[in-house]
Design a protein around this ligand. Structure first.
Ligand code: GDD
Ligand code: MN
Length: 379
């Protein structure tokens, strides 16, 4: 049976069904008291345009998903995609885009900070030919309003300048969480996007350009509003994740975004190792070998916990998986240690430079540990 050759029984639904022209994707985490109002405001703004809303909720403890499911029983064009055991604004947006048939998709925050009234204008610009339409606070006529604190505003300025270095074209608000894009353009870039962090827009712009499909960008100004109910999920980790993405793009994609975080965690692990070694040898008067073994175990546990909560916060291991994960992490790091010593030794034999050999060994084991734990421990 070909698509569209429906049976008589289904014809009735066919006559009343209008396929959505626009899907509004709403990433949500603890937004129970915002989603209904958001739906109503978007419905008012879009009027006759066939549209749907897809709320992508990471199993919020406040029960956002249940509230959306209740709304789905009242309105036909809203549904909830609920994800379990995962977090991440960027991956939530991409997965929302993947479950709609609408040719255009918009991303809007659940907390009413973005002005839904400009959605029709954004859609118009896309229909007229733009691949991507950015809701901008910094374009002529827009404003960051009272939606950003002074600290956030200076952080945002710095982030914008960094983004300008990788964007490759002028965008006044590259950090915007409010944009509309052709679904097919977004999904083409999707497999290469970083899954963590908040910065999906700049990632889409840079990734598409690097794939040889630069996006034609339009902007529509708006005034950023204060959050309605609930709290912001912005935190220092989000900032580090953005820096990781930036370093990755600056190196032409040679370093994956999470490598920066993995490396930083490794750096703190060295400090912990040396502190533990000093404690066991001096305070507990243990022999060197015993102290070194204890310090290694403590540093490995430290690295594992930090990577699980920071580097891989979006796929954090819990419960029984925490134990098997830790064991695989230790086994992989042990292999990394062997790789370290072999490489360092080979280089030392060749060119008796202790520092160079040691550094090469350390780089070898960091890359090995990163690549292998990513494939096995946090797959
Ligand atoms: N599914 C899912 N998973 N959604 C999330 C997650 C997550 O882990 N973290 C945050 N969200 C949702 C929130 O529920 C909200 O709807 C939206 O993503 C934005 O989160 P906020 O916590 O409100 O972020 P913000 O207001 O601090 O940041 C906004 O402004 C920045 C620019 O100033 C966002 O729009 C950012 O994308 C933007 O860069
Ligand atoms: Mn917000």
């Amino acid at each position: 049976m070909s698509i569209g050759s429906v049976s008589e029984v289904l014809l009735d639904t066919q006559t009343t069904f209008h396929p959505p022209q626009l899907a509004v994707i709403v990433p949500s985490y603890n937004e129970r008291d915002n989603v209904e109002l958001l739906y109503e405001k978007v419905a008012l703004a879009l009027g006759d345009t066939p549209w749907e809303m897809i709320v992508v909720d990471d199993d919020s403890p406040d029960g956002t998903a249940e509230v959306v499911n209740e709304l789905s029983r009242v309105y036909a064009n809203i549904r909830c995609l609920r994800r379990f055991g995962r977090r991440g604004l960027a991956s939530a947006c991409v997965e929302g885009m993947a479950v709609t048939s609408a040719p255009f998709v918009a991303v809007i925050d659940a907390d009413l900070q973005h002005d839904e009234a400009i959605l029709p204008q954004m859609l118009e610009a896309a229909v007229a030919g733009a691949d991507l339409v950015v809701g901008s606070r910094f374009a002529e006529g827009g404003s960051a309003g009272s939606g950003l604190s002074q600290t956030r505003l200076s952080g945002s300025n710095l982030a914008n300048r960094l983004a300008g270095m990788i964007a490759g074209q002028a965008v006044s608000d590259p950090m915007s969480g409010f944009f509309l894009i052709r679904r097919e353009a977004a999904l083409a870039a999707a497999p290469r996007l970083a899954s963590d962090g908040f910065k999906i827009l700049i990632d889409l712009i840079v990734t598409s350009a690097r794939m040889g499909r630069p996006l034609r960008i339009a902007e529509v100004p708006y005034t950023f509003r204060p959050r309605h109910a609930g709290e912001s999920k912005m935190n220092p980790l989000i900032v580090i994740q953005y820096l990781g993405l930036w370093v990755s793009k600056m190196t032409g994609g040679a370093l994956p975004p999470s490598f920066l975080l993995f490396g930083l965690v490794g750096g703190t692990g060295v400090v912990v190792h040396l502190a533990a070694l000093a404690f066991f040898t001096s305070v507990l008067s243990q022999g060197f070998v015993v102290s070194q073994i204890a310090a290694t175990l403590i540093a490995m546990a430290w690295n594992f916990v930090l990577n699980n909560n920071l580097t891989y916060a979006d796929r954090k291991l819990r419960g029984a998986k925490l134990i098997t994960g830790f064991l695989s992490f230790c086994a992989i790091c042990a292999l990394g240690g062997i790789a370290n010593i072999s490489v360092a030794n080979a280089i030392y034999q060749w060119d008796h430079q202790t520092f160079v050999a040691g550094l090469a060994g350390a780089i070898m084991s960091s890359v090995f540990n990163y690549a292998v734990t990513r494939a096995f421990t946090w797959k």
